[in-house]
Design a protein around this ligand. Structure first.
Ligand SMILES: [Ca+2]
Ligand SMILES: [Ca+2]
Ligand SMILES: [Ca+2]
Length: 319
């Protein structure tokens, strides 16, 4: 009799203990989710409970014990690069991608560009395997600049440019995202051998993606003739090509010009020689550096500065 009672008590205790272990851990958070890939599940949350965020436009602070770095601004930007833009189809060529030349890590840090808050972004071979209108043309940089002082870069990230002009995050499809507080900002777009552009007016930005079409004549940009007007069946505004030296201007002759590096790249003596790869001298981004002949990379530089006076210089319209 005493043995039976003891067994019953042990069973009850065991059940109670086992049952308690099935209460799943949980957390109260403003945002989060979970995902499973290859049998591994990862769940995440963004931020601890916080009562208030304060910002002076440059810095932000949030009350609470700890705050992750949440996404506060999303942007859908469209832009074209003059070099690979084909106005007969209204899209850009993706020969860098189809030839396997686009690096998985953004190229801008290595070129001396100083990121603010971003930099070192990477993508995947799966993203670069996408073909068609959403195929990747190249890496670009998107900057968020102060509405009060447009020379002040508040945050910058490397992003990917699709053939149809969409600038997307490194997953190849998402809107690009920033951690800066919602508000009004200038937006600048840079490319490694095209002239950078910036919005004339500050744009209101928040977590709902804001559309910004920089291929459209109706979207005002800072400065004078900041973009090339490409004529054709699908006319568009595009970033001027030809800044091989990535120094903010396009020069055909004289010190630090953008033409000599093309000749140097192909060997320096035989103008008909060519070289392939992911190179700044490849002005039209077709994967090949050519100094002369059909689709060469030198003629566009002369055209960008006006076509007739070789000493003219075109400067990026960006403060
Ligand atoms: Ca697209
Ligand atoms: Ca230059
Ligand atoms: Ca080329």
């Amino acid at each position: 009799m005493r043995i039976t009672i003891a067994l019953g008590l042990s069973f009850t205790l065991l059940c109670g203990t086992t049952h308690a272990q099935f209460i799943a851990p949980s957390v109260l958070a403003s945002s989060g989710g979970s995902g499973t890939d290859s049998g591994v599940t990862l769940s995440w949350t963004l931020g601890e409970p916080a009562t208030e965020s304060l910002s002076n436009g440059t810095y932000s602070a949030t009350q609470g014990t700890q705050q992750a770095n949440p996404i506060r601004i999303r942007l859908n930007i469209d832009a074209f690069l003059q070099g690979p833009y084909d106005p007969s189809s209204g899209s850009m060529g993706d020969e860098l991608r189809s030839n396997g030349y686009i690096p998985l890590t953004e190229p801008y840090i290595a070129m001396g560009y100083l990121h603010t808050g971003g930099g070192g972004e990477t993508t995947s071979n799966d993203v670069l395997a996408v073909t068609g209108a959403d195929a990747i043309v190249d890496w670009v940089v998107v900057e968020l600049r102060s509405a009060d002082d447009a020379t002040m870069i508040l945050e910058s990230h490397s992003a990917l440019l699709q053939r149809d002009g969409d600038i997307v995050a490194t997953d190849g499809s998402s809107s690009i995202a920033f951690h800066t507080m919602p508000g009004n900002y200038h937006i600048a777009v840079l490319h490694r051998n095209h002239l950078a552009i910036m919005t004339l007016d500050p744009i209101a930005l928040n977590t709902t993606p804001t559309d910004l079409d920089l291929t459209s004549d109706a979207t005002m940009t800072y400065g004078t003739n900041a973009r090339a007007s490409v004529a054709g069946s699908v006319p568009a505004k595009a970033l001027w090509c030809g800044d091989v030296t990535f120094d903010g201007d396009v020069k055909y002759t004289g010190a630090d010009n953008d033409r000599d590096p093309i000749l140097s790249a192909i060997g320096g003596s035989i103008p008909t020689a060519t070289i392939t790869g992911y190179r700044p001298e490849d002005v039209n981004l077709d994967g090949e550096v050519k100094y002369t002949g059909l689709n060469n990379d030198r003629d566009p530089i002369l055209q960008v500065i006006g076509g007739s006076v070789p000493t003219l210089v075109r400067e990026a319209q960006i403060p």
